[in-house]
Design a protein around this ligand. Structure first.
Ligand code: MG
Length: 309
């Protein structure tokens, strides 16, 4: 009898340990880097953009996010494609079956959103799925209908925790929030301040890099409002360094490997903090709130005795 109890106790402990291990395995710990691979990590391996291969590579690189574009066919199938056309067929006016004849350049079939999310949930505990819902070219209402279908599918696949919704269409993001108030949303257009985004319940400002250069005050405004900062699409080292030094939460890039390198060597990773910066993106004299005139140089012997003109 005692032997039986010990045996049962051993089995129970073993089952509990296995279940703990399984839960730990399923737990998502998004990578702490800010790297979002734009249409997946495609460039260095010459994968097609928005392919499952590019998504898988972004996961292998442990990017914190992998972005992709969603459109809806004439018969309401959600597919992954950037352009309004696929093989010269207008996506919104063509039935899904017609696309089946045209594989991607690496032989993959054109992925549906369902296939894409499922691939993004497999062996992935590091990478957010950054889902751009393209505005409809037919009507604003159709755009919202696409959003509804996307949210429904995300819930069905239990992928809610992994998805960041982004869009140029503010109405699409607002519709998503009506359906799922906890959804993480980022706005792409760059024509609304972080204060406005906060007021409307949008989680993040995912603007073109130049918008933040033109409105540097929006960076602080976003931080004060807990609005996530994301910039697209930054492929050069200088732009990456500027965003890293300004502690952007996300940086969207076609060059995730380069961005990983820049982060590794960035001064902030060595404990440096940005105290002051000026991009000189204005006309006229230097900004007097940041710069002063040093006139001692007018006296002989000051500076380094170089000839100054
Ligand atoms: Mg996109």
């Amino acid at each position: 009898m005692k032997k039986q109890s010990a045996y049962l106790l051993f089995i129970s402990v073993w089952i509990a340990a296995c279940s703990f291990a399984a839960n730990a395995q399923n737990k998502i710990f998004f990578a702490s880097n800010p790297v979002v691979a734009h249409r997946g990590a495609w460039k260095q391996n010459n994968f097609p953009q928005n392919s499952i291969a590019s998504l898988k590579h972004a996961i292998e690189l442990k990017c914190t996010g992998s972005e992709f574009d969603v459109r809806m066919t004439a018969d309401d199938i959600l597919i992954i494609n950037h352009d309004p056309e696929y093989n010269k067929l207008p996506v919104e006016k063509t039935k899904y079956k017609a696309f089946a004849a045209f594989n991607l350049a690496n032989g993959e079939k054109l992925p549906t959103l369902q296939e894409y999310i499922k691939a993004g949930m497999k062996n992935n505990t590091s990478t957010r799925l950054v889902c751009e819902i393209k505005p409809s070219e037919i009507s604003k209402e159709r755009g919202k209908a696409v959003a509804e279908k996307v949210v429904k599918l995300v819930h069905k696949l239990k992928a809610d925790q992994r998805i960041v919704y982004i869009s140029f269409d503010y109405g699409i993001l607002k519709r998503i929030l009506e359906l799922d108030p906890k959804a993480i949303t980022q706005y792409l257009e760059g024509d609304k301040s972080p204060d406005q985004l906060k007021a409307d319940g949008i989680s993040g400002a995912d603007f073109h890099y130049s918008v933040f250069v033109e409105h540097p005050a929006w960076i602080e405004m976003a931080k004060k409002n807990n609005i996530t900062l994301n910039a697209w699409t930054v492929n050069e080292a200088a732009g990456m360094d500027w965003l890293i030094s300004n502690n952007f939460d996300f940086i969207t890039t076609n060059e995730p490997e380069l961005l990983m390198e820049r982060i590794k060597h960035s001064r902030t990773s060595m404990g440096w903090k940005l105290k002051c910066c000026d991009e000189f993106n204005y006309f006229g004299l230097p900004d007097s709130t940041k710069w002063v005139y040093v006139t001692e140089g007018n006296s002989p012997g000051w500076e380094n005795n170089d000839a100054h003109f």
